[in-house]
Design a protein. Structure first.
Length: 160
């Protein structure tokens, strides 16, 4: 959908040139080592900056202008309705209603489905020029909306 040609080889190259993959590989290689306390504290502080920086970068692209909202209203409503309401309800129906899954693990899993759209996915979508305006709106509106959808789903899952 980015309008770029793609092949298996190109996709593999893109996956392994994506900086978070380097971080994952490095973390796996270094997981058995114990770091000095000062370095551990530094890494924790640096890691804590990732989400706010991603939010700021998405926030700078956010436009709540009436033109932007009007042009993207339909896909925005469809995307957020599915991500925050319909998708979680379908999974509750499947796991609880049909498969009879119960317990804390299933509750947590289902609550996760009602969370806001992923910031990382938004950053990747913007990087590949997949309608940055819509992506920004989905994140900018979806995150605050999830403050309501998650507690509502959590309330209903108490009986599961």
């Amino acid at each position: 959908y980015s309008g770029r040609a793609s092949s298996f080889r190109t996709s593999i190259r893109r996956v392994f040139s994506f900086p978070p993959v380097y971080s994952l590989i490095l973390a796996l290689l270094l997981s058995k080592f114990t770091f000095p306390l000062f370095l551990n504290d530094l890494l924790i502080k640096l890691g804590g900056m990732v989400t706010p920086l991603a939010l700021v970068s998405i926030g700078f692209q956010l436009s709540f202008g009436t033109r932007s909202l009007r042009q993207n209203l339909r896909p925005l409503l469809v995307g957020l309705s599915y991500k925050l309401v319909l998708g979680p309800l379908l999974l509750v129906l499947l796991f609880v209603g049909i498969l009879g899954a119960r317990g804390e693990a299933i509750q947590v899993t289902l609550i996760e489905t009602a969370m806001a759209p992923m910031i990382t996915a938004g950053v990747v979508a913007v990087e590949y020029e997949l309608d940055a305006e819509l992506v920004s709106l989905m994140l900018g509106i979806g995150i605050p909306l999830s403050f309501f959808t998650v507690p509502v789903l959590s309330y209903f899952l108490r009986w599961v």
